[in-house]
Design a protein around this ligand. Structure first.
Ligand SMILES: Cc1cc2nc3c(=O)[nH]c(=O)nc-3n(C[C@H](O)[C@H](O)[C@H](O)COP(=O)(O)OP(=O)(O)OC[C@H]3O[C@@H](n4cnc5c(N)ncnc54)[C@H](O)[C@@H]3O)c2cc1C
Length: 457
């Protein structure tokens, strides 16, 4: 049996912890069954956003008429786009491997529990007083053996399809549909209901639906009744509320219908570690599972499923394990963005959540047109929606739709992080006429609304 100070199962975000612990002289075992770096740089955030970059350029050309400029795209070298992206991905594993010092031993294989504190990998048995589970999630399986999930396009093996059908209504489905459609691949997005980006505030998702439908062919209220794979093509029978039963053919079929727990290979049945009804590992406030000394961080806990959340957790777990920190990490406000066109960014609760939970709130929705930089985009739909506690001016939620909303939101996040009071956003100095200046009238309107609410009592 090999003994370590720390065993980490899953070399995604938790590889940062291996680097830090190794530097502090701890003997670390890092177990990874696939490529080091995990989902984010290999088959998630980074490659998908690299693709979105190409989509932005293509869309800018396509939309140039809005700016009275007549331009057209001569050719898009889609093979080259994927070659570049595949190239980026191929460098991730060696780049991560080079980050570890001699104290970190990497085990390439599936880690599983033999008991609460013994791990098996490739017929070797390892033990440590501290074990971290950071095994992430996996995509929900595609509806046909030849169909893809997002894992199958990063890296893309084989030919780039000429047409693609994407199933799903969440951020991964929308981002990929946005990309494929922008670069000229015939794209159809199949959505089971009338709602798309259903976790967003309803007001924002309905603006999104209207605008996104202008650039992506979306079939709402549509399900797949049958799939045949004939002569390298998918022959689908679709059941659509508006058109009834229709046939549809596509070179590729991609399912982006969500991600699920990845704990199957861990053999948790050999431990006292508990999982919830969705199979995600339960933990206490200090990330510790039911088994003493065994922790879980990142997507494996099923909490946020976001890279920045996983990185924040791993960083805090480092403080708990290496600096004896006893404080829990409080995620009161978890932001996220959808990097489509339009771009959607959100933090905190939606108006629907406030209503469901009987939370006292006021809300305002303000367009961005007060900012000249926003005006120069010649887009009318961008808005900022605030959900505010009228008693103490606390920002409970902020939802934006518009170009660079992910960047704009950081201003709100800074206030929420330091001293959560919307009045700071009203009183601070803005650079004129930056895009962010659009937040000034939004804050002014929100404060007015709070004062109107307060004076009504
Ligand atoms: C297409 C796509 C786009 C995304 N875009 C964004 C985005 O824009 N912004 C954002 O914040 N998030 C995004 N995400 C989510 C983000 O990638 C994840 O939240 C993040 O990677 C989670 O990190 P993690 O370390 O918890 O898990 P992972 O990065 O998934 O790492 C888990 C690792 O554990 C390994 N593993 C699993 N089981 C075992 C085992 N038994 N033994 C050994 N190794 C094992 C896996 O191979 C993997 O390398 C995206 C995800 C996808 C799929």
């Amino acid at each position: 049996m090999k003994e370590f100070d720390l065993i980490i199962i899953g070399g995604g975000r938790a590889s940062n912890l291996a680097v830090t612990a190794g530097k502090l002289g701890k003997k670390v075992a890092l177990i990874e069954k696939s490529t080091l770096g995990g989902t984010c740089p290999n088959r998630g955030c980074v490659p998908s956003k690299l693709l979105i970059g190409y989509a932005h350029v293509a869309n800018a050309i396509k939309e140039s008429k809005r700016h009275f400029i007549d331009s057209s795209i001569n050719n898009i070298d889609v093979e080259k786009i994927f070659e570049e992206t595949n190239n980026y991905i191929s460098k991730i594993d060696p780049r991560y491997e080079s980050r570890f010092n001699e104290n970190v031993e990497i085990f390439r294989g599936i880690g599983s529990f033999i008991s609460n504190n013994v791990i098996k990998v490739n017929e070797e048995e390892l033990t440590a007083p501290q074990i971290v589970i950071a095994t992430g999630t996996k995509p929900i399986r595609a509806g046909h053996e030849k169909a893809w999930t997002s894992d199958d396009i990063f890296p893309l093996k084989g030919k780039v399809p000429k047409s693609i059908t994407i199933v799903g209504a969440g951020f991964i489905a929308c981002e990929l549909a946005s990309f494929f459609s922008a670069i000229g691949i015939k794209t159809k997005l199949l959505v089971r209901s009338q709602r798309i980006l259903g976790n967003e505030d309803k007001e924002i998702s309905s603006i999104f639906k209207k605008e996104f439908s202008k650039s992506v062919d979306i079939k709402f209220d549509t399900t797949i009744q049958n799939i045949e794979y004939v002569n390298d093509k998918f022959e689908l029978i679709l059941d659509s509320k508006s058109e009834g039963i229709v046939e549809h053919t596509s070179d590729a079929l991609l399912y982006a219908t969500g991600r699920k727990s990845n704990t199957g290979s861990l053999h948790l049945e050999n431990t006292i570690i508990e999982t919830d009804e969705r199979g995600f590992i339960k933990r206490n406030e200090l990330f510790e599972t039911a088994a003493k000394g065994v922790y879980v961080v990142g997507d494996a806990s099923g909490k946020h499923m976001l890279q920045h959340a996983a990185a924040y957790e791993v960083n805090h777990l480092g403080k708990i394990l290496l600096e004896d920190c006893k404080e829990p990490l409080k995620f009161k406000y978890m932001p996220h963005s959808v990097f489509t066109e339009p771009e959607v960014t959100s933090v905190g609760i939606t108006e629907q959540k406030a209503q469901e939970e009987n939370i006292e709130y006021v809300t305002t929705t303000t367009n961005w047109l007060a900012s000249a930089k926003a005006m120069s985009t010649r887009l009318k739909y961008p808005v900022t929606k605030f959900i505010i506690n009228p008693k103490n001016y606390e920002i409970l939620g902020c939802h934006m739709i518009g170009p660079e909303s992910s960047t704009m939101m950081h201003q709100v996040l800074a206030i929420m992080h330091l001293d959560n009071d919307i009045r700071h956003l009203k009183e601070m100095l803005y650079i004129h006429p930056a895009l962010s200046e659009a937040l000034l009238p939004a804050a002014v309107q929100a404060v007015k609304e709070i004062e109107r609410y307060q004076s009504s009592f």
